[in-house]
Design a protein around this ligand. Structure first.
Ligand SMILES: [Zn+2]
Length: 296
């Protein structure tokens, strides 16, 4: 296990306990989440060493994603995914009224980039999982492994990370890469869970979006803005991901109680309640942040 002694944002060395999470989906092991006394950033600490993280990922879950299966649940999954593609690209279209170049970090099997490509955009993906990369290549997407982020001399109009930054081990290094790979007037789009949401506070240790130890950092709108400000980005806008609260609440019910129709309905109820409350607080279960480079 690796212990982080200094907060990656503010350098403070004092952490207080936030809660203990459990890896419900794979190892069933418990992991502590602590919070920096200086800036409030929450991190999984201690955490598995980088070389051991792979065994906490079940690549089946990350790859199949109901893409080709028949039945009602896969059909709903695909419908929601398609709506999300429209919502995600709408954020880009607010900033650019032309075709853009987009780099999607953690692109998986490339479904989102395939959608972007069909809009006429220039698409590049980065994906650490070799099997997922192979499937993306079959869609004629240019996709590379993580080395690309260090070695590429290209720059992009848009860099997206959909539920990826919370998995990243070295945040400061990643933010430097983002800065270098982004055009002067470009945007970075980051989607991450928000542990200040109602569903997070309701499910507490059973909240599925803590997802330890795969999630190494647990953001709020305050801490992610601090991190990006530190690296000369400014926040442009925040957008809700309204389906995530329902999905995460159903999963959390499963972890807290067990899988049953009754608990699925309860999860849907908590998810919808979370969205209603977030209309005022803006603390949705997951949020999309748009950052730009600070003008110099
Ligand atoms: Zn801190």
């Amino acid at each position: 296990m690796d212990t982080v002694d200094k907060c990656p944002i503010c350098g403070n060395e004092n952490f207080k306990a936030l809660l203990e999470g459990t890896d419900y989906s794979i190892s069933k092991e418990a992991f502590k989440i602590v919070q920096c006394s200086g800036c409030g950033l929450a991190i999984t600490n201690p955490r598995p060493q980088e070389k051991d993280l792979g065994k906490y990922y079940n690549s089946d879950i990350y790859i199949s994603h109901h893409s080709n299966k028949s039945g009602l649940i896969p059909w709903i999954y695909r419908k929601i995914r398609d709506i999300q593609f429209v919502n995600k690209t709408a954020i880009v279209l607010k900033h650019f009224n032309r075709n853009v170049s987009i780099l999607d970090i953690g692109c998986g099997t490339g479904n989102f980039l395939e959608y972007c490509k069909n809009l006429g955009w220039t698409t590049t993906g980065v994906e650490p999982d070799g099997d997922a990369r192979k499937q993306a290549l079959q869609k004629n997407i240019s996709v590379f492994d993580l080395d690309y982020l260090n070695n590429s001399h290209e720059a992009f109009d848009v860099i997206s990370m959909w539920h990826v930054l919370e998995h990243v081990n070295n945040l400061n290094e990643k933010l430097e890469q983002l800065y270098r790979l982004l055009n002067t007037n470009g945007i970075v789009i980051i989607a991450v869970p928000n542990h200040k949401s109602f569903d997070a506070l309701h499910y507490e240790t059973h909240w599925a979006a803590y997802d330890v130890p795969r999630h190494l950092t647990h953001f709020t709108s305050d801490t992610i803005e601090r991190l990006f400000n530190k690296h000369s980005f400014v926040l442009n806008s925040i957008h809700p991901m309204k389906y995530d609260s329902v999905y995460v609440s159903i999963k959390s019910e499963e972890y807290k109680n067990k899988k049953s129709i009754f608990n699925i309905i309860k999860g849907v109820y908590v998810g919808i309640k979370s969205n209603c409350l977030a209309k005022k607080s803006n603390d949705y279960s997951s949020l999309i942040y748009v950052f730009q480079k600070k003008s110099t």
